[in-house]
Write a protein that binds this ligand. Structure first.
Ligand code: SF4
Ligand code: SF4
Length: 451
């Protein structure tokens, strides 16, 4: 298997990207270049190539490649071995990976069986974000505000819609909030604590390595659903541990695992088992954030091309009166993430069936949520988000204008049928590649044939 860039091995995470090409499997069919939302892929010498500075790790090319040549790279499970206390942070969508046959508490116990000592649900972080979002909407006038929970959307705005950066909610993502809280609650421990996010999302792998809006992540590693699935399934199919996961049952889970020889050592649980997380669990699917927020004039949009259409409409001034936008790059929301296992439609139905309790405003939704002051002190962005200038032709305005004219000149000579035979996604991108010295006009087969 030959992964590009070639100085990487499949189990070592690239510092900035979690979507890579397996060049051995790529047949240069050009399917992926048509669907990349940032025009980050070219086909050269019969193989796809990702422009790393443009890739936002959306995973769309993973979904589209007919040869399975695009891969999601997450951390290997063995990194857990380096820690004394292993904390699992399951994304809400993990609970949708096994159908309705297994209850939430079964999956919770399966995580303990799999070798984690503690489980702290990311849904708790989603509830914190819900409260903070409602508070910011009540105190700040700018509209529309855009959820920052989907890292692909944040990177997309950085690159293609920088004028919308102020509209993003400056709140840490739920996984990061959950990680910080778990670490705080375990802080007195002298043992080495490892926080492991179980994720369906490639972009969240990247976010842990290259955070947006904050300096450093509290998460030690990200495991894909695909990597942990078989272990959890095996634990789920073992003799059931009866009852809900109260402390007594959790103790029996530890005994059970020890008998099975799945765990070398045992830790008494330190984190409380959380209940009433339903509105946070709903975040696994599109509409879930809005269901939790329960606000007027809010829109949910999912699928990267739909998100782009909506953002273009906002930039063109065609959208007013919208208060809030839940924007999710994956179809159907996080259940449609590229590292998920279950069919996204089934997963969505599972979540709907399992978590349909409406959020009642004014009722404490979950135990031990932080106060407003604590939340704003701890869970807001600490670093300004700056535009990613990758699409800027040149920082010198007069040079940029010259290049734009040159692109337009070349563009007019091209056939304009966006065939992709040159290896670029469309004639616009090809003309720009020529001006940037990344390609030459001879690559256009239609032009060379007609001369
Ligand atoms: S879709 Fe892209 S990565 Fe997959 S085989 Fe075709 S060119 Fe290669
Ligand atoms: S992950 Fe998304 S942005 Fe990156 S190359 Fe694939 S389709 Fe393009």
């Amino acid at each position: 298997m030959n992964f590009e860039p070639t100085n990487q091995t499949p189990h070592i995470l690239h510092p900035f990207h979690s979507v890579l090409l397996d060049a051995d499997l790529c047949v240069g069919c050009t399917t992926c270049i048509k669907f990349c939302p940032t025009k980050a892929i070219r086909v050269r010498n019969g193989k796809a190539k990702i422009f790393e500075d443009r890739c936002i790790d959306c995973g769309e090319c993973i979904r589209r490649c007919p040869k399975g040549a695009k891969k999601a790279v997450s951390d290997p499970l063995f990194v857990m071995d380096a820690y004394d206390i292993k904390v699992a942070l399951p994304a809400p969508s993990l609970y949708a990976q096994f159908g309705t046959a297994y209850a939430q508490e079964n999956i919770f116990n399966a995580l303990l069986s799999a070798g984690f000592d503690e489980v702290f649900d990311v849904a708790w972080g989603a509830l914190v974000v819900t409260e903070m979002t409602r508070d910011i909407l009540a105190h700040e006038a700018l509209r529309p505000r855009i959820s920052s929970a989907c890292p692909v959307v944040v990177r997309l705005i950085q690159q293609r819609f920088p004028s919308l950066i102020p509209n993003l909610m400056p709140i840490l993502p739920p996984s990061e909030i959950a990680a910080r809280e778990a670490r705080r609650r375990l802080g007195a421990s002298s043992q080495k604590i490892g926080i492991f996010f179980l994720s369906p999302c490639t972009a969240k792998v990247t976010s842990v390595r290259a955070p947006l809006g904050y300096e450093e992540s509290a998460i030690d590693a990200v495991f894909s659903f695909g990597d942990i699935y078989a272990t959890l399934k095996r634990a789920l199919e073992s003799p059931p541990i009866p009852g809900r996961p109260n402390d007594e049952d959790t103790a029996s889970a530890f005994d059970h695992c020890a008998q099975k020889g799945w765990r070398e050592k045992q830790h008494p649980r330190r984190l409380p088992i959380m209940k009433h997380l339903e509105p946070g669990m709903g975040w696994a699917r599109s509409d879930g954030e809005l269901d939790a927020l329960q606000i007027e004039n809010a829109v949910s949009v999912d699928g990267i091309s739909n998100v782009i259409d909506l953002f273009e409409a906002i930039e063109n001034g065609n959208i007013d009166s919208i208060q809030y936008i839940e924007a999710l790059a994956c179809p159907g929301g996080c259940v449609g993430g590229p590292m998920a296992v279950e069919n996204p439609h089934i997963a969505r139905a599972t979540m709907r069936q399992r978590y349909q309790h409406p959020f009642e405003q004014g009722t404490p939704p979950s135990p031990e949520l932080p106060t407003r002051e604590q939340a704003h002190k701890t869970f807001l962005w600490t670093k300004p988000l700056v535009p990613n200038p990758v699409l800027v032709l040149d920082t010198d305005l007069s040079k940029a204008l010259q290049m734009a004219e040159h692109i337009e000149h070349i563009r007019k000579q091209l056939p304009g049928i966006d065939c992709g035979a040159c290896g670029a996604p469309d004639c616009d991108a090809f003309a720009e590649d020529i001006v940037r010295n990344l390609s030459s006009v001879e690559e256009c087969r239609l032009l060379t044939r007609s001369t």
